[in-house]
Design a binder for this molecule. Structure first.
Ligand code: M6R
Length: 582
């Protein structure tokens, strides 16, 4: 989604702004822009499409002398992706970039227009910019405070004010951080954007206003100056490089055995939350993180004998939730910034319910706000399609369950899983062959039962989000209640069969679609399941670990299918890495 960078310092800001925006490209965007400012003028350059288009424009237009600038990647929400709607916006003396959504933009726009303010774009951002300009006489803090008090919704703003050689920033429900350099300071919505310059940063809290000049950073809350703790990030500058792989998605899949090993050594001797203490568990998340939740719920119910509900965060936040006296809400998020997941977490907290975050990004809102947070330590995940984070989230949920039920044998067995997974990944060409056989398909189906169905949901999402093949996952027994009418000659059907208790049942459903000429790809853990066309057998392990071996095969199938279709695998159309708006 949208990304923000800002610079004030001894150098020309252009280089940092462009490099920073490139580091944010992975989040997904459809236009970009920068604003440069000096004492006399503001120059705004914007472009639709990739950052390279912006760079071309920068080469064509001579940039002004400046030591102050802001930049933005926009993922369109209010108004189509064009140059007028792209950020930065400038109204009067205020230039601004924005992440988030201003929910009362329409009524504020009417109010401003009634006063004679003319706005050029369709965006909520320009409305916010105009509002700050309305309140701005000569006191920046007062103007920003007054304007933001009138905004509903979420925002992170990077702001330039004509005549002030400082950079201003404020946030609510959208991340923003300050970076500290030598005679230069930065803002960014993601540490990755500035890690090449500095690893010293602080997180802006809701409602704090940062004022940055080259030598000083001041932060105000309710117009009083506050002290900020400076933290050090250990993010590696090259963690966002492809390390020789053609795509981040493949690189990140291939990293899975290593990061899994790291996760095991990080948590094997640590106390983890004991699920037996709770009346029931709720898991809230979005997309793949929710599908991991389904894997976890299956284990929690099977092994801990605890009721576990999995809810999509965008529903949970608005529905009537009946909490039992001791409920634990597990919040799963790679980015830790997914707007709906944050809202679901806050709902639980407002109800006095304990929250446990399973998060990758240490600096994120969910990591900071959950009562307890367990970091998965996947490192930066650049590809929009999550892979290694999914595996680590599933592994951590399994570990929590194993520790709750004190399953020492499983804890020992887990150490072998990275080795088994490595062997599967070493055979990755097998999945290239699978992709070769079906990459021209228009539809695909995934069927399974129980925990296998949870894996089907992830396999299907992976395939459709990167290859754009229409794909659906079904509980195998449910197919004949309607969807089987879509099965026709040659349509790929992936059957996941690992749970011996229901293997025969799923196999019967496989026969139903086979009889209707579907092409069957089976991923199983036993020779006993027949090969109907393609069969891949993962090693048999206890049920905690099957998802850690099966899902990577589905990730590879999605990856290779998209590759054969010649698509932009790491940045699929319309998608954003971190969905920071509702
Ligand atoms: O950052 P989060 O884990 O909260 O993101 C949740 C989903 O947006 C994410 O898993 C999404 O479904 C991915 N594109 C799946 O690959």
């Amino acid at each position: 989604m949208c990304g923000i960078v800002g610079y004030v310092g001894k150098k020309h800001p252009k280089e940092f702004l462009i490099n920073g925006l490139k580091k944010l490209e992975y989040r997904g965007y459809d236009s970009s822009g920068i604003a440069l400012e000096n004492e006399e003028e503001t120059q705004i350059i914007k472009s639709v499409g990739k950052i390279v288009e912006l760079e071309k424009k920068l080469q064509e237009e001579k940039s002004i002398t400046a030591t102050l600038g802001i930049g933005h990647t926009r993922w369109a929400t209010h108004g189509e992706a064009n140059e007028v709607n792209a950020h930065p916006h400038k109204v009067g003396r205020v230039t601004l970039v924005h992440n988030g959504i201003i929910e009362n933009a329409r009524e504020l726009r009417k109010e401003l227009e009634a006063k004679g303010v003319s706005l050029k774009s369709e965006t909520d951002t320009e409305v916010a910019c105009a509002l700050i300009n309305e309140y701005y006489e000569d006191n920046p803090i007062e103007a920003i405070t007054k304007a933001t008090k009138r905004l509903k919704g979420s925002y992170a703003f990077g702001i330039l004010l004509e005549g002030k050689d400082k950079l201003y920033a404020i946030r609510k429900d959208s991340p923003l951080m300050i970076g500290y350099g030598e005679q230069e300071n930065y803002i960014a919505s993601d540490i990755a954007a500035m890690i090449q310059e500095t690893n010293r940063y602080s997180l802006l809290k809701e409602g704090e206003i940062a004022v940055l000049d080259p030598n000083k950073v001041q932060v105000f809350y309710e117009e009083k100056e506050v002290e900020k703790e400076i933290l050090e990030s250990n993010l590696k500058e090259d963690s966002a490089s492809k390390s020789g792989y053609e795509h981040f998605m493949l690189k990140e899949i291939m990293e899975e055995p290593t990061v899994l090993r790291n996760l095991i050594s990080r948590y094997e001797d640590k106390d983890l939350p004991d699920l037996s203490q709770y009346d029931e568990i709720h898991i809230v998340a979005c997309g793949s993180a929710m599908y991991v939740g389904l894997v976890g719920a299956s284990l929690i119910e099977e092994k801990c004998k605890k009721k576990c509900y999995v809810e999509c965060a965008s529903e949970y936040r608005y529905k009537t939730v009946l909490y039992r006296p001791k409920t634990l809400v597990i919040v799963i998020s790679q980015s830790g910034e997914t707007a709906d997941t944050i809202a679901a977490m806050r709902k639980a907290k407002e109800n006095g319910v304990e929250t446990l975050g399973i998060v990758n990004t240490e600096t994120s809102t969910i990591a900071r706000e959950c009562d307890k947070t367990l970091l998965i330590g996947a490192g930066v995940e650049v590809a929009v399609a999550t892979t290694k984070a999914y595996i680590l989230q599933a592994a951590l949920l399994s570990l929590i369950v194993m520790k709750t039920v004190k399953d020492e044998d499983a804890l020992k067995e887990m150490k072998q899983i990275p080795i088994l997974l490595q062997k599967i990944l070493d055979e990755k060409e097998i999945f290239l062959d699978v992709a070769k056989s079906m990459y021209k398909a228009e539809d695909a189906f995934f069927i399974g039962r129980g925990i296998d169905y949870a894996m089907c949901l992830e396999g299907s999402l992976k395939l459709k989000e990167v290859s754009y093949i229409h794909s659906e996952a079904f509980q195998a027994g449910e197919l004949k209640h309607g969807t089987i009418s879509l099965i026709k000659k040659g349509v790929p059907v992936f059957a996941i069969i690992t749970d011996p208790a229901i293997a025969d049942k799923t196999e019967s459903n496989v026969m139903e679609v086979k009889s209707r000429d579907a092409f069957i790809y089976t991923i199983t853990n036993t020779e006993e399941i027949p090969n109907h066309g393609f069969r891949y057998i993962v090693p048999k392990t206890s049920s905690y670990f099957e998802p850690l071996l099966v899902v990577p095969t589905l990730q590879l199938i999605g990856y290779y299918t998209a590759k054969l279709r010649g698509l932009d695998i790491d940045k699929p159309r319309n998608l954003a890495k971190s969905v920071t708006v509702e």
